[in-house]
Design a binder for this molecule. Sequence first.
Ligand code: EPZ
Length: 419
Amino acid sequence: MDKFLIKGPVQLKGEVYISGSKNSALPILFASLLTTELIEIKNIPKIKDVDITIKLLLNLGVTIKRGKSLIIKANNLNSHCILSKKLIKSIRASIWLLSTLLVRFKKIKMYLPGGCSIGKRPIDLHIKNLKKLGAKINIKNDFIIASINNQFKGTHIFIKKSSVGATINSILAAVYAKNITIIENAAKEPEIQDLIKFLNIIGANIKVEGTNKIIITGIKKLSGGVYTIMSDRIETGTFLIAAAISKGKIICKNTNPKYLNTLLKKLMYMGAIIKIGKNWCSLDMTNKRPKAVNIITGPYPNFPTDIQPQFTLLNCIALGKSIVTETIFENRFIYIYELIKMGANLFIKNNQVFCKGVNILYGTKIQATDLRAAISLVLAGCIAKGITIISDINHIDRGYENIENKLINLGAKIIRIKN
Ligand code: EPZ
């Protein structure tokens, strides 16, 4: 795994162009298995999780032309292909092969998925919903063995706990299901809305009622089409915080700030001047130190768990005390011990981190453990005094396109040491 060598402190300021959303690209790429017609998907980020997804699709016999956009045709799949354990286990998103390949092959045997080590990541809600839609599913020795009797059957689903992944698997299974499927208490993340928009453009019949009810009328055949995925709201929030921790000023372009209301409000409480436009947003700390503020993560539209590590860093150097409460993943504080090595004044109690803002962090040797922890530690290295060496930095390549150049353009002093 590569390392980053970072020299601080620097002030991060300037302009950044936000890439396409990882968590929108991944479900849409797996959803492309549902049609045999040609589709073109634009604004796909060049990140490792997308590379792995493309390899899985190619494994299955999908033809993919990768240029400025992705041209995909899944008309000639190989139902006997052995899906690579390494690829399946390297991303959580591979779980969406379950619904899509049941639709295409009527049966599947695949390894249990992987994903960041931020929690147990069970799939009980996925299994429960797909069984309700008519699938027979067993989990045996690290494998999911599943089949359907020709077609999923429309039904009424209530997802007892907000789950992005389980909501997506239920939608993908229901697109061709017999009759109507109603999903209640569906997750409302913008990336799910992006998937629904894509599916409807290629001929699905999906309606969103109120905020968390999805009605899917089964159709016979999807067509082809062209779709541009949304920008990455988590990357946007990450760069706003990059400016805030260094008392800097930033404008994020090619992004829709309406998906970040909760974060923007918190940043304003801290003293940031926030401006927003149709496809941009800016933050200016006016060279002032931010004031500490409490956050509680939760399903959209609450504070996004994927921005929790970055915001905790902000509280580490803010004025005053604060509490960060993580309600989604049970193991998303591993990076805290690395920040403490840098001089942060933090302690963990159950699912909360108690922060007392310090004036300065010090560069040292630290280790990245997952995607969002990695970016938080990189930002810590940018503002710490001295040299920070972060090992296992490849975690960051899973979800941030061209990250070191984007940060260098904002004033960061980073070099990647290839391992
Ligand atoms: C998606 O993960 C995202 N990943 C995560 O982003 C994001 O943090 C998460 O949604 C929450 O917003 C992708 O989209 C690829 P969940 P997912 O199902 O679908 C529990 C990032 O950094 N649960 O909404 O795995 C689960 O353990 C990544 O970009 C069950 O108990 O999340 C968690 O506590 C990290 N049973 C909670 O629900 C299940 O069957 C929410 O998980 C499924 C989930």
